[in-house]
Write a new protein. Structure first.
Ligand code: KIV
Length: 271
């Protein structure tokens, strides 16, 4: 697919119009300049600088260890590679849960230091006050409900959330509260497709699903999962579009062989 250079920058208003027009929204994570540039040129609508950087970039088991300054470093790199997509930056664990002032300060720091266009944070009604405060300061906020990886030690598992009626009802309530608090969109992670469909229909703002079925207004995948860089992670919801791990291994093995056999560099590859 070739992308028209005249296409305008994606804003939160564009996303709202896409929902109204029934046009699906595409979102992918990125953490560095080079991949962000490729994704932006490919025509992706939203690039999420996810705190999944903690897993896929830093090798931690959970998203909890990554710091605000580390997220800012990743976001700065991504923003340098983007000219069209909307860049959303995750607020990491411990940078907003304390109180709404802490949340506002973290959001402002991200916006000032990265040039990103919006922030995302996890959680329902407990975060509504912080979201209102951040939105009132002029910073667009994306919410995140369902499986919220920053609460992994509370859940104890990464399995599907809100299968039971009580949790499903709470999620529906939270979704409406986050919309009223001013979120411009909501990520719905790993919840039953039927529930995600109900939530998506009930909201004015777009929902972006990951493991939440096809009725969401958009979809997001972690780049390392969909490109097959991280092949150990194979949840049912994941569609793997490439096997980069295999391709890179093959390329590097060929390079090693060429070096060892004195085949690289050849006459044309030297001065
Ligand atoms: O950090 C992340 O990559 C995310 C997506 C899974 C939505 O929050």
């Amino acid at each position: 697919m070739s992308v028209n250079k005249e296409i305008k920058k994606i804003t939160t208003n564009t996303l709202q119009k896409m929902k109204t027009a029934g046009e699906k929204i595409s979102m992918i994570t990125a953490y560095d300049f080079s991949f962000a540039q490729i994704f932006d040129k490919s025509g992706i609508d939203i690039i999420l600088v996810g705190d999944s950087a903690s897993n896929v970039m830093a090798g931690h088991e959970t998203t909890l260890p990554i710091t605000l300054d580390q997220m800012i470093y990743h976001a700065q790199s991504v923003v340098r590679g983007v000219s069209r997509s909307l860049v959303v930056v995750d607020l990491p664990f411990g940078s907003y849960q304390g109180n709404s002032r802490e949340a506002l300060n973290s959001a402002i720091k991200v916006m000032k230091e990265t040039g990103g266009h919006a922030i995302k944070l996890e959680g329902g009604e407990h975060e509504a006050e912080s979201i209102k405060r951040i939105v009132n300061s002029g910073v667009p906020v994306m919410g995140h409900l369902g499986l919220t990886p920053q609460s992994i030690y509370k859940f104890g598992t990464y399995t599907v959330r809100a299968k039971e009626e009580i949790e499903a009802e709470q999620l529906k309530k939270d979704a409406l509260l986050l919309q009223e608090a001013g979120c411009f969109a909501l990520v719905l992670e790993k919840i039953p497709a039927k529930l995600a469909a109900e939530v998506s229909i009930s909201l004015r703002i777009p929902t972006i699903g990951i493991g939440a079925g096809g009725a969401c207004d958009g979809q997001v995948l972690v780049m390392h999962d969909m490109l097959g860089i991280n092949t150990a992670f194979k949840p049912r919801f994941l569609r793997q579009y490439l096997n980069m791990s295999e391709q890179i291994t093959g390329a590097v093995q060929q390079y090693i062989k060429d070096v060892k056999e004195g085949d690289f560099p050849n006459e044309e590859e030297q001065y």
